[in-house]
Design a protein around this ligand. Structure first.
Ligand code: 6PG
Length: 471
């Protein structure tokens, strides 16, 4: 059989199909394979104008691909990826490239890359963000793996990715599982931004007594300013959407129990392993979990009833809420990027943070006007340890800090939970503190466990014979 296709996709669900259509739109000869004949039929229907075809036999599919073969997987993360690789292995040649484009855990990607490299096959872990729309018309793409093999994928990925000022929203991320790692952290930031918007909504409806129409207008105003982002746009539109059943707003009919698929939890888990704090992201993960305890919450709301009071000066508060949102959004990105900075060293990913900010400017779920500032900050200072340390960011933070504090104060006074906002402020206050009370923790550890401590005036480790004070 004549080898004619540049790339083959395994998994023709919505994401895989849309990405193939995107490639075909860009003039690439591509094909697909799926175990489910219905998916093949759907690709043929949707791709009729491109003459897009798919194979029912894996052998024929493999034989139809140009060498080195580029085989992209868009199948559910987990054991299915391993079983697809197992089926593929005997059919492949040295130098072929498998690209896993699902949300796989980066440790699985590391293992797979090592196992396949022993057989001369390149394995890429590639994060794709932007949902179904993104896959069809331009996502942000985060590929990690062997740098020379990336050369065989560059052209097609650059063509299908989103573009910002003409720059493609894809770049070679780094070796090993770095692509999946970066996508995981992207999702952690996504969780934090979503939680902040949910808390702002709660403050508006509860502390200010705003209607859905008023909340829509606030999100619209924010989206027209420095807080412009894809998630802000989506959130605004939710507040205009009517429920077909009741005629009211759909948002009021949705259960307040949030679900998740795991990438946020993984980000939190890794940050704890690396001892690199990302508390606002953690709070977003935890608060989704807390929301699931509905019966407990309902019961406790009766045990601890509190009269809901509204904020007095609503006009001033809404101005401060915008500042608190901006402060906390900066903080969420700062935490995610700090985690990438640490992972780059710990896992030898050699990440280029300005390029990561650059490819997040378009196509992905966390795309936002503010990413331009982040991109510029890291471009200017590639070794920047933390976004807070950039002079431009620092002057913005100082200006909005009083507003941030006041939002936390007001919410606390009226007993409204704002875990993400509060953690952003406390994180900031901890990081800007020269002298933390951690000396007491060290003294306590040494007192009861002889764990030793370091002194401020001498090198080395010390132990004291602590004297319990007799009462
Ligand atoms: C993206 C999204 C995508 C997905 C999330 C949802 O970048 O396109 O992040 O990957 O929407 O995984 O995650 P949860 O179900 O955990 O909210």
């Amino acid at each position: 059989m004549e080898s004619k296709y540049t790339l083959g996709m395994i998994g023709l669900g919505t994401m895989g199909r849309n990405l193939l259509l995107n490639m075909a739109d860009n003039g690439f000869a591509v094909t697909g394979y799926d175990k489910d004949p219905n998916m093949i039929q759907k690709l043929k229907e949707d791709g009729a104008k491109h003459n897009l075809n798919a194979y029912e036999s894996l052998e024929d599919f493999i034989q139809s691909l140009e060498l080195p073969r580029r085989i992209m997987l868009l199948v559910p993360a987990g054991p299915i990826v391993d079983s697809v690789i197992k089926e593929l292995e005997p059919l492949l040649d040295k130098g072929d490239i498998i690209i896993d484009s699902g949300n796989s855990h980066f440790t699985d990607t590391s293992r797979r890359a090592i196992e396949l490299s022993d057989k001369g096959i390149h394995f890429f872990g590639m994060g794709i963000s932007g949902g179904e729309e993104g896959a069809r018309f331009g996502p942000s793409i985060m590929p990690g793996g062997d740098k020379t093999a990336y050369g065989a994928m560059k052209e097609i990925l650059e063509a299908v990715s989103a573009k910002v000022n003409g720059d493609p929203c894809v770049t070679y991320i780094g070796p090993g599982a770095s692509g999946h790692f970066v996508k995981m952290v992207h999702n952690g930031i996504e969780y934090a931004m979503m939680q902040l918007m949910a808390e702002a909504y709660d403050l508006m409806r509860t502390a200010l007594g705003y209607s859905n129409e008023q909340i829509f207008s606030v999100f619209e105003e924010w989206n027209n300013g420095r807080l412009q982002s894809f998630l802000m746009e989506v959130t605004r539109d939710i507040f205009a959407f009517k429920d077909e059943v009741t005629g009211g707003f759909l948002i009021d009919m949705i259960k307040d129990e949030a679900k998740s698929k795991g990438t946020g939890k993984w980000t939190t888990q890794v940050s704890v392993d690396l001892q690199l704090p990302i508390p606002t992201i953690n709070e977003a993960v935890t608060t989704r979990d807390l929301s699931k305890y509905k019966t407990l919450r309902v019961n406790l709301s009766k045990t601890y009833p509190e009269e809901k009071v509204t904020v007095e000066n609503k006009e001033a508060f809404i101005v401060e809420l915008e500042q608190a949102m901006y402060f906390s959004v900066i903080t969420s990105y700062a935490q995610g990027l700090h985690l990438l900075w640490q992972a780059s060293a710990s896992y030898e990913y050699d990440l280029n943070l300005h390029e990561i900010a650059q490819i997040w400017r378009g196509g992905c779920i966390i795309r936002a006007a503010f990413l331009e500032d982040i991109y510029q900050a890291y471009k200017k200072q590639p070794d920047l340890e933390h976004l807070y340390a950039d002079a431009g960011i620092a002057s913005k933070m100082k200006e909005i800090l009083p507003g941030m504090r006041n939002v936390v104060i007001e919410a606390t006074k009226i007993g409204l939970a704002i875990p993400a906002f509060a953690s952003a402020l406390t994180y900031f206050d901890s990081l800007r503190t020269e002298k933390l009370p951690a000396n007491l923790i060290q003294a306590q550890r040494d007192f009861f466990g002889a764990h030793k401590f370091e002194r401020t005036d001498a090198e080395g480790v010390f132990h004291a014979i602590w004297n319990p004070v007799k009462a």
